[in-house]
Ligand binder design. Structure first.
Ligand SMILES: *Cc1c(COP(=O)(O)O)cnc(C)c1O
Length: 489
């Protein structure tokens, strides 16, 4: 077994060896160039005619000079440094990094969708309107809400829209004193009930409470059993309940926030409904509401009149748009494709498998690692590097060492209520073999913590960059290659 792991490590070393991490500017040599087919004279003259002379360059642009194979190799090697769900296991807690079926991409890239324009007349875009309409019906069925806006471009934007709707609702009732939103501090548990359980002060719900924001299952991957009691207390005091539905991966066909009494819900289509999202690209965070809040949604909504799909922009109480047109239609198309491909039974299976995978891995790691909340979990669980601490090893070191075996690192140090937290969400798309291999590597790392902790403190050993200054890189990014520029100008 161990020899297999060592082999894997060697392969990683080989893969990265000889791959220069030089910038393309550093590889540049004056005079090197790609062969260019000569421009036809009339073509050049034609181009000149359209570009005003004030905009014409006076000097050559500062481009690196390389041969064609050098350029190809440079970018191919760069692309191979990318890590993604398509490369290997990505057990990032709190983010649902699941495999994204390629058929989603085919549909979203179909020329009939790509070439649509949002200003086209309604009757010429019946197809996409039907998709928006049907997507909404699927989301309603899965969440138990009454109406959805597909406009928000991310989960966080959905949350903002949710707050806008809550404020509009209280204002419409001339109830202006409500200034408080109870947001369970993720570092202290996820709601007043568990806050009390963990020994913290319970915030009293009074007539200043506008809304409670809750994610269920919470950041420990545990389902909040007292939710019906909580919603009753809040509704009696006139407050609304907001559901952060980014964690729906455990709940498809299992439980519905609408049935738990939530008034406003956002979903992350780019997580639960499979769109690549690691690089901060476009997302979709549709917001669903109960009947009494429907009139506050952003316009337009897609309605069905007879067998025609129409855009309904007549929402006088709407909080206004949060995104141009209808949201990120490419992401909506991917989510729709995903749901149609799996069907209701398939979606139910997604959540069941996500829960089984998380519990399987939790059980496998239990003992090697401390698992502070040992009850059954939903889509994710939180382990702790507490035991490894006595050898001077921290959660970071374990996360860094995992990179040597080709894994993405789990989320560490979150949630804060768990010391040395290692948060793992395997998702339903991983095989038993992958989970077994991950557990085997985690056991090896635990052994290293006891026998040679310095191996972990210096990890990763197989990547071109070992331990970058993460805070420095985020706060002071260097985005221009100054030496190259100064040497050229
Ligand atoms: C990812 C996530 C969000 C935010 O979603 P974005 O699309 O990244 O803005 C909100 N809440 C939870 C629980 C999440 O996991």
């Amino acid at each position: 077994m161990i020899t297999n792991l060592e082999k894997k490590e060697k392969v990683m070393e080989k893969q990265t060896a000889g791959k220069s991490s030089q910038l393309i500017f550093e590889k540049s040599k004056p005079g090197k160039r790609v062969y260019l087919t000569p421009k036809i004279k009339t073509e050049q003259a034609e181009m000149r005619r359209w570009i005003p002379s004030v905009l014409e360059r006076k000097k050559e642009p500062l481009l690196p000079e390389l041969s064609e194979p050098e350029v190809v190799r440079h970018f191919l090697n760069l692309s191979q440094k990318n890590y993604s769900v398509d490369t290997n296991f990505y057990p990032l807690g709190s983010c649902t990094m699941k495999y994204n079926p390629k058929i989603n991409e085919d549909i979203a890239a179909h020329p009939k969708f790509v070439h649509l324009h949002p200003y086209q007349p309604e009757e010429s875009v019946q197809g996409i309107l039907r998709i928006f309409y049907e997507l909404e019906q699927w989301l309603l069925a899965l969440t138990g809400m009454d109406r959805f806006s597909l406009q928000p471009a991310a989960g966080a934007q959905g949350e903002l829209l949710g707050m806008m709707i809550a404020r509009a609702f209280h204002r419409a009732n001339n109830d202006t004193k409500r200034r408080k939103v109870i947001v369970p501090d993720s570092s202290h548990g996820t709601n007043p009930a568990s806050a009390a359980l963990y020994g913290f002060e319970v915030v009293t719900i009074n007539d200043e409470t506008a809304c409670l924001m809750l994610t269920n299952p919470n950041t420990l991957g545990l389902f909040e059993d007292e939710i019906l009691e909580i919603q009753k207390m809040l509704h009696q005091k006139g407050s609304l309940l907001y559901y952060d539905g980014a964690n729906m991966n455990a709940l498809l066909g299992v439980a519905r926030p609408g049935d738990m009494g939530f008034d406003i819900v956002h979903l992350n289509l780019h997580k639960t409904f499979s769109t690549p999202h690691g690089g901060g690209g476009p997302g979709a965070g549709p917001v669903g509401v109960k009947k009494r809040l429907e009139k506050f949604l952003p316009a337009p909504l897609v309605d069905k009149k007879g067998d025609k799909y129409v855009l309904n922009g007549e929402l006088p109480d709407s909080v206004g748009k949060v995104k141009s047109f209808y949201g990120n239609s490419g992401i909506l198309l991917r989510a729709y494709t995903y749901m149609r491909k799996l069907g209701i039974d398939g979606l139910c299976q997604v959540s069941r498998d996500a829960i089984i995978n998380a519990n399987y891995l939790r059980k496998k790691l239990n003992g090697t690692f401390v698992i502070p909340y040992s009850e059954y979990c939903m889509h994710e669980f939180v382990a702790s590097a507490e035991a490894q601490n006595s050898f001077g090893v921290h959660a970071t070191d374990i996360a860094k060492r995992l990179l040597d075996f080709g894994f993405y690192a789990p989320t560490v140090y979150f949630p804060l209520i768990v010391k040395e937290a290692i948060m793992v969400e395997p998702t339903e798309t991983e095989s038993r073999e992958t989970l077994d291999y991950f557990a085997q590597v985690m056991e090896k790392i635990d052994k290293e913590a006891k026998e040679s902790p310095e191996t972990l403190k210096l990890a990763p050993h197989t990547l071109p960059v070992s331990r970058p200054d993460e805070v420095g890189a985020a706060r002071n990014p260097i985005l221009t290659y100054r030496d190259f520029i100064s040497q050229k100008s």
